[in-house]
Ligand binder design. Sequence first.
Ligand SMILES: [Zn+2]
Length: 171
Amino acid sequence: MPIKLRDTDIAVLNALLKDGRKSLRQISYETGISTPTVKNRFNRLVNLGVIKSISPILDLSKMVDYAHGGKSKNDRSTYITNIRTEYEQQHQQLSSRKKQHRKDFDIEIDKRMALNIKCDYCKTPLAGKIYLLKFANFERFFCCNPCKVAYKKKYSGRINAMSKTHSEIKC
Ligand SMILES: [Zn+2]
């Protein structure tokens, strides 16, 4: 059995799908879930890799080449034109799908969906109990305690270095 989504996960995901710019406090206000819980669930979804990133969709027609002072609009070989073409191609499939199948695209997360997460050590799909390892801002997920112990041993150098950096930033 895959891992069930909590009601709080569903609320946080749907709030961010509507607008990724929302602050955790705004999501809290909207959903009635406390800000620390929103923060915990958001971090968990990031650490699980469910939220891959939150990034802006740019309108590159609002940008020009600095060197040309914006006076070379018709020059197809300018730096920004090339970047824009590449960016638009990447987003073309996305935006044409959005126009044709709006319902498919504006997804909403609900209870029919569950998490398909693999053990960070042995890659077995996680089910039921999860063994959690926290260090710095990171969380790793394991199917059993031996996997957690083995992972900790294998990456002890990296984990210690990251925990150290994190505590230095905090102070
Ligand atoms: Zn495992």
